[in-house]
Each structure stands twice: as structure tokens, then as C-alpha cells.
Write a protein that binds this ligand. Sequence first.
Ligand SMILES: [Zn+2]
Ligand SMILES: [Zn+2]
Ligand SMILES: [Zn+2]
Length: 173
Amino acid sequence: MVETREVGRAERVPVAPEQRLRSAGLRVTAPRLAVLDVVAEYPHADVATVLERTRERAHDVSVQGVYDVLTALTRAGLLRRLQPGHSVARYELETGDNHHHVVCRSCQSIIDVPCTTGQPPCLDTSHPEAAGFVVDEAEVIFWGMCPDCREHGAGDHTSLQTTQKSTEKKEQV
Ligand SMILES: [Zn+2]
Ligand SMILES: [Zn+2]
Ligand SMILES: [Zn+2]
């Protein structure tokens, strides 16, 4: 009779996408299901990936249609949108755990990390500076260099500049 469920992971127990939509008060449609499916499969997917993969699954949906779905699902609290620095917007399923992100400056890879202090949202409101605030969310991004990039010496100045340039190019598309 031992409860083996990991503490703090309870929110991540998968809920069927249809159920997620209904409980958010949204109609179940093929494009919405496809987007939820894609984001579940590619956590922190950028918009280009979501567009491409969604249209592979729901052939009739337009580009604008996918954008509309992303907006609706984010607004309904089913998706969490993040935009590290000047990079493109990325999406993940909203798990309600208010986890934070570590982003590699070189390859832009993103990993999830739990709160740094105690319980979400990461701020001790007994600090005099925060007195009187009711805080419900922390948007924290840690920047650094991932193990792969460190190993391959991507930390030098030139490669950083190249990465930034290619990110800018992507944004203009
Ligand atoms: Zn990296
Ligand atoms: Zn995340
Ligand atoms: Zn935190």
C-alpha cells in the first residue's frame, strides 16, 4: 500500500486531449486536437514546427487556422507560451507546475527545471520588497551553455554571433 507517485509530478499525469478541451470549455475540433498532440510530442516546439506537424495531421487547417488554435489554447490555459530573449515563440502543454527553463545560448535547446526555491511561484512574499503582492506566476529563464555545446566548443564568440543571426533571420520569415 505504498504510494509511489512522485511528489510534484501529479499535474503531469496525462489527460486525454478531448477531455482537456472540454474542461476548458472549448469545442473539440480536429485542428485543436492536432495542435495539442504536436505540442505534447515536441515540448517547447517553435511555431514553425507546430505549423508543419499540425498540417501533416490535420490537412485542412490553414496557417492562420493553426495560429488561431495556438492563441485559443494559450488563452484557455491549455498551452503555455514562452519566448526566451529575442527568439521565436515556443509552446508547451500547460502543466500548472510553473516550472522554469534553462536555455542554451548556442543551440537554443530548452530544458525544464523545477522551482529554485521551495514552492511555486518562486518568490518569498514575506520579503519586504514584495509585501502586499499576491504572486501567482514566475517566468524565469536561466541562460547558459548545454553539455553538448560545451563539449564541442561552441562557447566562443563567433559561434554565438552566428546563432543570433540565424535566429533573427528565422523571425523575419
Ligand atoms: Zn547547446
Ligand atoms: Zn517547459
Ligand atoms: Zn520557481
